[in-house]
Write a protein that binds this ligand. Sequence first.
Ligand code: C2E
Ligand code: MG
Ligand code: MG
Ligand code: MG
Length: 277
Amino acid sequence: QAKADGGGCLRVFEPGMDEKLRTRRALTADLRQAVERQELTILFQPQVSTATRRIKGAEALLRWYHPTRGLIGPDTFIPLAEETGLIVPIGAWVLEEACQIARGWQGLNLAVNVSPIQVRQVGFVATVERALAHSGLPPERLELEITEAAMLANTADTLAVLSRLRSLGVRLAMDDFGTGYSSLATLQRFRFDKIKVDRSFIRHVENDPKAIALLRAVIAMGSALDVITNAEGVEDEGQLSMLRAEGCEEAQGFLFGRPMSAAEFQVQAGLQDVQAA
Ligand code: C2E
Ligand code: MG
Ligand code: MG
Ligand code: MG
């Protein structure tokens, strides 16, 4: 065993490394069973109109309640799931589950994060179609959030997949805009419906002229292309009024609500009797 994974060598020079590897392996093994054991939960974070503060919908954010390690956030386990391919069944589960829940939301939208690995997987469009069919959620109410990493590889295939998704009626949002290589060309080529400006830009928007200039440019670009802009990570009123003044349509952040359970979201959004809807 030690020979197979090189653990014996690593232990001599880098004691921390071996431990890390062991933890990763243990976590991966646990993650494999997390869905069946019902350890995964989806939280929902409100997305609001900056003009009215009314809730337009929510973004589904995955959490893992590990039986012994406690709460594990997606930044820790999504990369593991991507490396092992587990993101495919997990992602399919998120789509099924979140669409079922959002079916009762009386017109509000649901945004679901999608990994580049899922987009490149052969059955992805069918998975989305199935989740819509099973839940009865109208396609126009589902938005898929994709980071630009999905665009970098395999461009022709990705383009085909995205256009098939669009013809289902599903909308597309480019997540974490500004953190990678996204460009005007990418946005136009893949015909996104929404840009989500990364929260690193929003954080400094009140006092950093460069952050403001960048935000303005993104909003102008969005409106030229008929793309809605969403500001991520809005935490205070000052940021909100700045965003409103600059013409950013949509916002999301702790100011309006942290990621919360479906039941809590139902209350905050003023929805009635989700089960019966
Ligand atoms: P993301 O899609 O960019 O989600 C936004 C993240 O910012 C969330 O972190 C959210 O909790 C956090 N956030 C929202 N508002 C605020 C704020 O006002 N201040 C601060 N400081 N943070 C805020 P979270 O839930 O830990 O998710 C991290 C990332 O994990 C997500 O980034 C997304 O890329 C990924 N992720 C989450 N759920 C899924 C999923 O079901 N599938 C896939 N493929 N990825 C997921
Ligand atoms: Mg997202
Ligand atoms: Mg984001
Ligand atoms: Mg992110």
